[in-house]
Ligand binder design. Structure first.
Ligand SMILES: C[S@@+](CC[C@H](N)C(=O)[O-])C[C@H]1O[C@@H](n2cnc3c(N)ncnc32)[C@H](O)[C@@H]1O
Length: 297
């Protein structure tokens, strides 16, 4: 009896330590073996870089996107505090933002802005793996080890929220280490739900999330992380997923670039995002590969 109890206790401990990043059916859909799994000693040690570094990168790229799109964004400034307006005037290095030179210049493509801000750009292309569909590649520059290289877009569901219909045949449902789910599917019912949540949460002129990742023009060029494929025996993982909770004081004018939205409006607590972090330097034209499996000991 004692032996049986200890057997079941061991079994339960092992089961609890096993976390796959995608919902079960997709976890069984792609090949897995020891080489393609990621091991971390405890959930709190899952993070490769600090939240402060993630935040600094997101602010840097979002601010660049905002400034380069200044013509469209200018009206928002009248709703912001004096200090924030002054900050943008300084960033534009102009005495008066209304006479901005950015009004005259042709708009840079978001991928070029990403390259200017972080030194690389990424894009979706057919994967180098046979029958793996689309993948994500470094299209220009080099991604340094430890950099935020992409974001996983989609609607955020708490573990207890209904996701059954959205998950049928959906390979884009990502599971965070604490059980929160992200539906990164840019088609069908998932797309409709994301769009309607986004409209619901708009505050006056301020959009609180990016919907452009559902279209062919991505205003946030990082928001393609749902297309990163799983590593294989001969293609080692060069990126890994990391959870990031958006702080309450995140600038309201930059929230329009966050490619995530809560499914439930009433859900308290911070907005969950997932970023992909480079595990090594990644050269131009290399494909990104992640681990769909993480084992927490
Ligand atoms: C999250 S999606 C990734 C994007 C996908 N490549 C696409 O084009 O939609 C997960 C799906 O990608 C494919 N996939 C991912 N990694 C793979 C691999 N190493 N080998 C074969 N297929 C893979 C599987 O079809 C899986 O269901």
């Amino acid at each position: 009896m004692v032996l049986l109890r200890s057997f079941f206790r061991d079994l339960l401990r092992k089961w609890k330590s096993y976390r796959h990043r995608f919902v079960p059916w997709i976890a069984f859909n792609v090949s897995k073996n020891r080489r393609t799994m990621r091991y971390v000693s405890e959930a709190s040690k899952d993070k490769i870089i600090s939240d402060a570094d993630v935040l600094a990168t997101l602010l840097k790229i979002f601010q660049s996107l905002f400034i380069y799109d200044f013509n469209k964004q200018r009206d928002l400034l009248s709703f912001l505090s004096k200090d924030v307006k002054l900050k943008y005037e300084e960033l534009l290095a102009l005495p008066n933002i209304t006479s901005s030179r950015h009004q005259m210049e042709p708009r840079l493509h978001p991928q070029e802005i990403l390259f200017e801000a972080l030194g690389f750009s990424i894009k979706e292309c057919p994967s180098t793996l046979i029958s793996a569909g689309t993948g994500v590649f470094v299209s220009k520059g080099v991604v340094p080890k430890g950099a935020v290289v992409s974001m996983y877009p989609g609607a955020i569901y708490q573990g207890y929220e209904p996701v059954f219909f959205q998950s049928i045949g959906n390979p884009f449902i990502f599971r965070c280490i604490d059980g929160i789910l992200i539906d990164g599917n840019d088609k069908g019912i998932s797309k409709c739900i994301y769009r309607s949540c986004s409209r619901r949460d708009q505050i006056g002129p301020f959009k609180l999330s990016d919907v452009s990742w559902l279209t062919s023009f991505h205003q946030n060029p990082l928001a393609v992380g749902q297309y990163v494929n799983n590593c294989s025996n001969d293609r080692e993982a060069n990126v890994c997923y990391q959870e990031f909770d958006v702080p309450k004081d995140f600038p309201i004018e930059l929230r329009q670039y966050i490619p995530n939205i809560k499914y439930s409006h009433d859900e308290a607590g911070p907005l969950r995002c997932v970023v992909l972090i480079a595990l090594t330097d990644i050269e131009e034209e290399e494909e990104l590969f992640s681990n769909y499996y993480t084992i927490v000991h």
